[in-house]
Design a protein around this ligand. Sequence first.
Ligand code: ADP
Ligand code: MG
Length: 321
Amino acid sequence: MQGNKIALIAFGGNALLKETERGTQGEQLKNAEKACRVLMQIIKRGYKLVIVHGNGPQVGNILIQMEEAVTKIPPFSLDTCVAMSQGSMGYMLERAMRNQLRKEKQSYEVLTVITEVSVDEKDEAFKKPTKPVGPFFTRYRSSMLQKEKKWVMVEDSGRGYRRVVPSPRPVEIVNLDAIIKLIDQDFLVIACGGGGIPVFKNAQGLYEGIEAVIDKDYTSALLASAINAELFIILTNVERVALNYGKPDQQWLNVVTVDEMKTYYKEKHFPAGSMGPKVEAAIAYIERGGKEAIITSADKLKEALDGTSGTRILSLNAVVS
Ligand code: ADP
Ligand code: MG
């Protein structure tokens, strides 16, 4: 049995599907197994573990499958594609995690929760889709899709045209009660995959799916607060957060208070599409009463838990005491 402290860990979909790989199922499974070996570090310290994974590359691939099969199989909407990615990625992670736990003689049980997350259908993000997903198209095909399907298309860095989708803020985790009960019952829970399946409440107060992809960094912060996680960890591909990242005067951050981090955020050290959401998520979690947020890489997780690596964001009280 795990202790009572909860650790929530969030990592990108690219932890399973790396840019340098083709993304075969075998490759993704191997990456899942590697990730789960790393996550044992947290479990061995007695934490109950909750996993939130991203799905950028995977939901992109599902959209390609939809697009390629369009003359044979009617395509699903984007919210359903997010649900599909939660299912397949959850399965890979769940199986890998269970096997790793059994190898290490731990009886901790694992369960994936297909999670709906509500958004505000009036969120400004719906007026201005910004998140590129899925395959690249030629200019011709892109203009056809724009007309036929009313997709918003943008030219993406000289590589072709892509669909951009709204990325609204998460408002409420619909399945929160179930997640809390499972954690209480000693399940290792995998939830809110890909930021959650976006839904909204219609005029009748009923949930409807809505086409969007929520940022998993924001959703994981929301979940970390809602389950009173003691520790919130975001794994990415850098060991630490930096000031003046990539510049000659770059400076890695070790321990920072939430107020210092807010100042750095305002000084624009963290770009919107990459480090920005992670820093914002960490700040939001601490401001809602969270104790400690860590941003680090999978390779450095052990050191980060020991306090010798990663960027730790703490409330002022935690730093003083
Ligand atoms: P993920 O897929 O894990 O969400 P992202 O690529 O979106 O990863 O964000 C992590 C990346 O942010 C890092 O690989 C790094 O290149 C970039 N980055 C931008 N600004 C910073 C910063 N100030 N400190 C550290 N990394 C930064
Ligand atoms: Mg990202």
